[in-house]
Design a protein around this ligand. Structure first.
Ligand code: PXG
Length: 294
């Protein structure tokens, strides 16, 4: 348990870090959040996460009563107050308390809170041997209904797909969009590896397939470019997953994790492939004492 939570400018014990039952974050899932990681006292890509937070807030007409610089400092303050150099940071902005009814503009004070805690999403052996996933029957939110670009407090769409995964005995589910194309997993972005004339390339869904623009995803794309790998954004079907040479997922909590089975079908030769392993190594090399905070 963290010792202190940052909430609207104050560091308080968890029992005192409370929101109202009238908070529209609770009543309607009206709010936005970020999940961020700290490594060796450095907060990985903190400014990129904060920019996405402000973009998500703008997309739902929520004004965050702090600046990016203030939340940057508040995040470090929270880590320090909990003596944490490594861990997981959950930064949430709720619409705040207001009268019953959907109207968000009667909520006068958004609540911003920052939790510094630990997270371990997948067992270590899955990073060595690869993980199995399923494709969910629950479709990703239609972008015209609730854009998957918004990291909102309403995760029911993803939770329903996650339940399908757990029911099927695996930990993650691939979500397709309303057109039947691959979008992303419930909390991770999807990459495949495929060779063209003997040259391996990364092949992945475009953002318009209904994808959250992952911070880890963009980091891995940059690493791939540094390694001279081509990155192709194109619509993928289940067929493209089943016949890929390699597959892996990226996310703040998951980092980079190989996938070796989809719907019970073996991907590639059933072990984490060479491109996946090379990108995992390159990603880990970024997480040292000089981990980027920009
Ligand atoms: N897609 C979705 C729907 C996500 O929620 C990602 C992709 C990966 O994005 P990043 O920026 O993290 O590379 C996410 C992120 C959790 C947890 O508590 C989930 C995420 C991040 C951190 C923690 O399960 N999802």
């Amino acid at each position: 348990m963290p010792q202190l939570i940052w909430i609207n400018g104050k560091l308080v014990p968890p029992q005192q870090a409370t929101v109202s039952v009238y908070d529209h974050g609770v009543l309607y899932g009206d709010g936005v959040f970020e999940g961020i990681r700290a490594y060796h006292g450095r907060v990985f890509k903190l400014r990129t996460h904060l920019r996405r937070l402000f973009d998500s807030a703008k997309a739902i007409r929520l004004t965050i009563p702090y600046t990016i610089d203030q939340l940057f400092d508040a995040t470090h303050q929270t880590l320090k107050a909990n003596n944490r150099a490594d861990g997981y940071i959950r930064l949430c902005v709720t619409r705040g308390a207001g009268p019953l009814g959907l109207n968000p503009f009667q909520c006068k004070e958004p609540i911003v809170f920052i939790i510094a805690d630990a997270i371990s999403l997948y067992p270590k052996e899955m990073y060595d041997k690869g993980m199995a996933v399923i494709t969910a029957s629950t479709l990703r939110n239609h972008p015209a209904a609730l854009s998957p670009r918004i990291k909102s407090l309403n995760y029911l769409n993803n939770i329903l797909a996650k339940i399908e995964a757990i029911d099927a005995g695996v930990l993650e589910a691939v979500m397709l969009n309303h057109l039947g194309y691959v979008a992303e997993c419930t909390g991770d972005n999807i990459f495949t590896v495929r060779s063209f004339a003997g040259q391996p390339a990364l092949v992945m869904p475009p953002l318009h397939a209904g994808v959250l623009e992952g911070v880890t995803m963009n980091t891995v794309i940059a690493l791939a470019h540094q390694q001279g790998l081509k990155v192709i954004h194109t619509d993928l079907t289940k067929y493209d997953l089943y016949t890929a040479d390699e597959m892996f997922l990226t996310g703040t909590a998951a980092e980079v994790i190989p996938v070796t089975k989809v719907d019970g079908r073996v991907i590639g030769d059933g072990t984490p492939g060479p491109i996946t392993r090379k990108l995992i190594a390159a990603f880990h090399a970024l997480l040292g004492a000089n981990a980027p905070e920009d």
